[in-house]
Design a protein around this ligand. Structure first.
Ligand code: BEZ
Length: 219
């Protein structure tokens, strides 16, 4: 069954979090938002991931991006678990809300179900899904990892920087790009348009095909 994927508008769900009940559209408003799920409270990899998210909260705030976690246990459990997360990552506070999804309804609607992971009662668990949602409430990028693989939050920041760059300029980011590196001009931009759009100029890579499609610039 296909689920929520890039280009789709997320549903305006009303959800319980450890910071109270929220409607997703009210929370997102018109701000880039990262919604990320975890298989369960008091599990080892998830504790490290939520701790790193807390430690990186200022990096996301600098970029004007909000965070919203999800784990399938209830709010009481989340509040207890946060004490462990903060102890594991000294100096970092879990300031972002964490959705509670004890009935596993929200993970289905947000395409965050791990088909292979079940709890001791046979209920499905969330995958390590992460959606970067734009101000228009559409999914711009999704990560989908199994429970066994913790995410690299530097890659989340890098991918976010790429999305933010491409949302402002007609550019894309090449392999292994990082903030500050040159970007490539989108294929839909002609050379004449590129001269106007990028007044600092651009460099075209000379390739055997002689097709001038690999053009680097700095923005
Ligand atoms: C973990 O967070 O460590 C984890 C959670 C569920 C299954 C496997 C690992």
């Amino acid at each position: 069954m296909p689920g929520l994927t890039i280009g789709d508008t997320i549903p305006n769900l009303e959800v319980d979090t450890n910071q109270g009940r929220i409607k997703l559209y009210d929370y997102i408003s018109d701000i880039w938002t990262i919604i990320f799920s975890h298989p369960g409270d008091f599990t080892p990899v998830c504790t490290t991931e939520l701790g790193i998210m807390a430690a990186y909260a200022s990096k996301f705030a600098e970029r004007g991006v909000k965070l919203l976690g999800l784990s399938c246990d209830d709010v009481k459990s989340h509040n207890e678990w946060i004490k462990d997360i903060e102890a594991y990552t000294p100096g970092s506070k879990v300031t972002y809300p964490i959705i509670a999804d004890p009935n596993r309804e929200i993970i289905k609607q947000l395409n965050m179900v791990d088909p292979d992971e079940k709890d001791s009662s046979g209920n499905q668990l969330p995958s390590r899904a992460l959606h970067i949602v734009g101000p228009d409430k559409k999914v711009k990028l999704s990560f989908l990892y199994p429970a066994s693989t913790g995410r690299n939050m530097d890659e989340v920041v890098r991918a976010l920087d790429s999305l933010l760059k491409a949302s402002k300029h007609k550019v894309a980011t090449p392999a292994n790009w990082k903030q500050g590196d040159p970007v490539v001009i989108s294929p839909s931009v002609s050379n004449d348009q590129a001269k106007e759009m990028f007044p600092n100029g651009y460099q075209t890579v000379d390739l055997p095909s002689k097709k001038d499609y690999l053009r680097f610039t700095n923005v």
